[in-house]
Design a protein around this ligand. Structure first.
Ligand code: ZN
Length: 248
């Protein structure tokens, strides 16, 4: 139980005050069986969590934060905004003011950081040695709660390039996943490309990014997931502490 408290408190920076509960999880309104090894719960501020102890791989833990802000939460004019925001979050924080600093901080923990935008959520993840779990949770919390949204024009070039990669020389889509979804749901946002149209990516402003962030990146809209051979004592079972050997 202690690990839940530390992790979630690190992620939201609040006083720990856990209580068990599963409201807000998809399975509560479903007859799908739930794996009993997963512990579900919710903090008083609404942040949900799911934790699963898993012995393999040894000494590694995976932390994920899902924010319910995907392409399904966009208006027609906003198509692609969740994905643009995901990119902008990785441009850094006050403490780590650019993407390079941020990546170096993660690598010093022996971890790696990734993000992906889907139709129903944006996912942020960090996988790292168990003795660095608390430091990793604090870093992930910093990234998703204190982004400074710098270098928007650099990120715009990266995103428009990503969109163009899925088009042929005539500007027609060639991505098989997108074409399949468009065929399946031609009238529904599920049939849209998560990256949105090129013209939207060219037009989004810093104000659009901030407004979407403020609206969606709140505790009630997020789930923290932890899986691994976690250990919160500050030392691994082999006696290492975080940073000893960059987690090697
Ligand atoms: Zn992208």
């Amino acid at each position: 139980m202690k690990c839940f408290t530390l992790l979630t408190a690190a992620l939201i920076g609040s006083t720990p005050g856990l209580y068990a509960g599963t409201s807000g999880f998809a399975h509560t309104d479903s007859d799908l069986p739930v794996d009993p090894v997963v512990a579900f719960g919710q903090l008083p501020n609404g942040l949900r969590y799911a934790v699963m102890a898993n012995g393999e791989p040894q000494e590694r833990a995976a932390l994920r934060l899902l924010v319910e802000a995907g392409s399904l939460h966009e208006t027609e004019e906003q198509r692609g905004l969740a994905h643009f925001l995901e990119h902008m979050i990785f441009r850094g924080t006050e403490q780590h003011p650019n993407a390079y600093d941020l990546n170096m901080a993660v690598e010093k923990l022996g971890g790696n950081l990734f993000a992906a935008t889907g139709p129903d959520s944006t996912e942020f993840g960090i996988t790292l040695p168990t003795e660095c779990l608390v430091s990793g949770a604090q870093l992930l919390a910093e990234v998703v709660t204190k982004p400074i949204f710098r270098d928007m024009e650099i990120e715009r070039r990266i995103i428009t390039e990503e969109i163009r990669e899925d088009l042929d020389e005539e500007g027609k889509p060639i991505d098989v996943d997108f074409l399949s979804r468009r065929r399946l749901w031609p009238e529904h946002p599920l049939g849209h490309a998560v990256t949105g149209p090129l013209e939207n990516a060219m037009a989004f402003t810093g104000e659009d990014i901030r407004a979407h962030f403020i609206k969606h990146y709140v505790a009630e809209n997020a789930v923290v997931c932890l899986s691994g051979a976690y250990r919160i004592s500050g030392a691994s079972s082999r006696g290492r502490t975080c940073g000893d050997d960059a987690g090697q």
